[in-house]
Design a protein. Structure first.
Length: 278
């Protein structure tokens, strides 16, 4: 038995103990952990030469085998955190709603169609989209095609008609910028003490160590530390790395905005000008 195998067994034992403690806590609070319905997944890079052994994990009286995908709060995660399964799920749901709306489009006016598309399609694209930062271009393109199809449905356009001017008329940010918009607004909430602690703890202000004009500006429009990514495969997609990088790229006047509502409005205007330059 090699060292990797021994280390994996030790991790499994610690996880089983942790799950046992959680089950005991739930029992004390009149809850019950459903052992057979519990799933566990091994997360590892697809570049790894040697895959982890598919050992079973003991949960209560059950021995569970690792699964390839799990769903948590409606988000599908796979063993490589590629998010491909989640993107495919988003596209399926969005196209289902688009087809349904398309069947009654001739009976709807423009404003009603916009409301339906926003409620059933745009909300699907935006749900937990901060998890999609750093995706490959091919996956982002799938989501962008959904947004383009939504605009075509609203304006009754043919497939070969250009869509950019209509996206601009709808005042929709492209999918990539919608993802960045969500992350940057979370950073603003972290800096102003209204975000969950587990996120706020990942945001660190840069300290220059001496009083200069730039350090005084940093107090008003904070600059954040960008830590080196821990892993080559996943590190740059983590909130700890991506959030400060995106925040530091904003103009100082945006970073210094205190009001959250004003910040959101100004941020959308800033991204909108980047997406659709005059």
């Amino acid at each position: 038995m090699d060292d990797d195998h021994v280390g994996q067994l030790g991790a499994y034992d610690r996880m089983s103990d942790c799950i046992g403690e959680t089950a005991d806590w739930m029992a004390q609070n009149r809850c019950k952990l459903n052992d057979p319905k519990t799933d566990f997944m091994l997360v590892y890079s697809d570049r790894r030469a040697r895959k982890p052994a598919p050992l079973k994990l003991r949960v209560g009286d059950c021995e569970l085998e690792p699964v390839q995908k799990v769903k948590n709060l409606g988000v599908i995660l796979d063993s490589h955190l590629s998010m491909e399964a989640q993107v495919n799920s988003i596209c399926r749901r969005a196209y289902f709603h688009l087809r349904s709306i398309g069947l009654i489009r001739k009976h709807l006016d423009l404003q009603t169609t916009k409301i339906l598309v926003h409620a059933f399609v745009a909300s699907t694209l935006d749900y937990c989209n901060s998890l999609l930062i750093g995706l490959p271009a091919k996956l982002l393109k799938k989501l962008q095609l959904v947004q383009n199809a939504s605009a075509r449905l609203i304006f009754r356009l043919r497939k070969n008609e250009h869509i950019t001017s209509h996206l601009k008329e709808l005042h929709w940010l492209p999918v990539q910028l919608r993802i960045e918009f969500k992350i940057v607004t979370l950073v603003h909430q972290c800096l102003h003490g209204v975000a969950p602690v587990y996120l706020s703890d990942l945001i660190i202000r840069r300290d220059t160590g001496r009083v200069t004009r730039s350090s005084q500006l940093a107090q008003i429009a904070p600059i954040l530390e960008v830590p080196p990514p821990a892993l080559a495969s996943f590190g740059e997609r983590s909130f700890k790395y991506a959030a400060p990088r995106l925040w530091n790229g904003l103009p100082a006047e945006l970073r210094s905005t205190v009001s959250f509502l004003k910040f959101k409005s100004s941020l959308k205007t800033y991204y909108f000008k980047l997406a659709f330059p005059e």
